[in-house]
Design a protein around this ligand. Structure first.
Ligand code: FAD
Length: 414
């Protein structure tokens, strides 16, 4: 096996206290890990619980940007509102409105309807929903690719017990990984992959530490100091490796709609067709070989086992594996250079609708072996600049129009 290099992973996590918090009183840590449920906006306290949202908000999430946007007084958010139809002018393709349903009670099928109108429109409801919404609106689809090329990162997990306590569960979930397999000639045969070294024990694989606590208390009748030692010895030695594999854009992997499948509000549910190609299966099988070598060299006891009853269980060349979804849905409205080979252009503009932009990983034509979020953010910044340019020129045209209308009415008045 190639020499592997461990790299630190970029994390948007605050390590240094912000002096502005708590009215300048700053943050005073309460023990190694905070036991208070709310100590907002400070630094990472090692709760090992950053996904989806950091309990003390030491990690960036969209609420920070939203809070700033609200301060401008120019952002209007409709809560509990679901967009269900995009309306366009069939003559020129321009979007004229987005219709939505508002509900009070998530358990009820009652709703009221409303319409949003504007100059430019953005759909940013994630790859699956963007496609579902466009397909459900029965819009033109010149390339026939809306909903096609659905991708995600398939993951395999491998877990082992280290020979000594390694401090698992103290810190963010992942702070380092192995990037060696992200590129290379091997990609002619099998996909690239990245390796995350997890700090949060076997949680993703086995649901730990629930099982360990139950076992120590219910079966081994441990309590007090002995219980703490048992848990430290068992949990703080857990090592989990997560292998995030590339998936190529397959035309047949797709999101579609079917009138037989609708939700409580009468909107289409997404219907998914998905098959994992051998190009990725070969890699998932290979990752098991890699994990065996790593565990052996670390002197770690390998506990990995894949349950044949798991719906994601598959066999490859005689051995069984289980893969997990990565939640990095992408590729349902891919970016390209012509209306015939893609759904959006480089500015995320829909080829079929000049004032409609599709934001999110759905615009990515490939996903490689990296998380998609930073690319989404970068593309969004580029789009925002483009939209500002267009709005400014639109406003200029409108004000020119108003001036010429005014001049015309002055002429009439004379
Ligand atoms: C458990 C989990 C862990 C993850 N971990 C990581 C990670 O560690 N690193 C990383 O880079 N990425 C991670 N991701 C992926 C990351 O969350 C996504 O890439 C990112 O959220 C995509 O941003 P988005 O704005 O395009 O879509 P979203 O964040 O999904 O936002 C879409 C929004 O649209 C709303 N919406 C949907 N449909 C409609 C509709 N019809 N009408 C109105 N509103 C609608 C949704 O409610 C949502 O608020 C993770 C995802 C999950 C689920």
């Amino acid at each position: 096996m190639a020499r592997i290099i461990i790299q630190r992973t970029a994390s948007a996590i605050r390590g240094v206290p912000n002096p502005k918090y708590d009215h300048g009183n700053r943050f005073v840590a309460d023990g190694v890990t905070s036991v208070h449920p709310v100590q907002y906006g400070e630094r990472c306290q090692g709760n090992a619980n950053c996904v989806p949202i950091c309990p003390v908000q030491a990690k960036y999430d969209a609420r920070r940007t939203l809070a700033k946007a609200f301060e401008t007084g120019r952002v209007h958010v409709l809560y509990q509102a679901v967009a269900y139809r995009v309306e366009c002018d069939r003559e020129n393709g321009r979007v004229t409105a987005i219709h939505y349903k508002r509900y009070e009670n998530p358990n009820s099928s009652e709703y009221t309807t409303g319409t949003a109108r504007g100059t430019l429109f953005v759909l940013a409801t994630n790859a699956v929903e963007n496609a579902r919404l466009l397909l459900g609106s029965d819009l033109p689809n010149t390339s026939g690719m809306i909903g096609r090329h659905l991708m995600d990162h398939p993951f395999t997990l491998a877990w082992a017990l280290m020979p000594e306590v390694t401090g698992t569960m103290r810190g963010p979930l992942v702070t380092s990984g192995i990037g060696t397999f992200r590129k290379g000639d091997f990609r002619q045969r099998q996909s690239a992959f990245a390796v995350d070294i997890h700090n949060d024990g076997w949680g993703w694989a086995t649901g730990s530490p629930k099982g360990e606590v139950e076992d120590a208390v219910d079966n081994k009748h441990k309590y007090g100091q002995e219980l703490r030692q048992t848990l430290i010895s068992r949990i703080s030695r857990q090592l989990l490796l997560a292998f995030m594999c590339e998936l190529l854009p397959e035309y047949s992997n797709r999101v579609t709609i079917d009138p037989r499948h609708k939700d409580k509000l009468g909107n289409y549910r997404p219907v998914i067709s998905f098959n994992l190609p051998d190009y990725s299966r070969r890699t998932l099988a290979y990752t098991r070989k890699v994990s065996r070598v790593i565990f052996e060299r670390l002197g770690a006891e390998d506990y990995t086992n894949y349950d044949p009853k798991d719906p994601a269980y598959f066999e490859f060349e005689g051995e069984g594996y289980v893969y997990k979804g990565g939640n990095h849905f992408s590729g349902t409205h891919i970016m390209g250079t012509t209306p015939f080979d893609s759904v959006v252009d480089r500015h995320l503009r829909c080829w079929d609708h000049q004032n409609l932009f599709l934001v999110g990983a759905g615009s990515m034509p490939t996903i490689g072996s990296s998380n998609t979020t930073l690319t989404i953010a970068a593309l969004s910044f580029r789009l925002a600049e483009q939209m500002l340019k267009e709005l400014n020129s639109h406003n200029l045209q409108v004000s020119n129009l108003q001036v010429s209308n005014l001049q015309a009415s002055n002429l009439q008045a004379r």
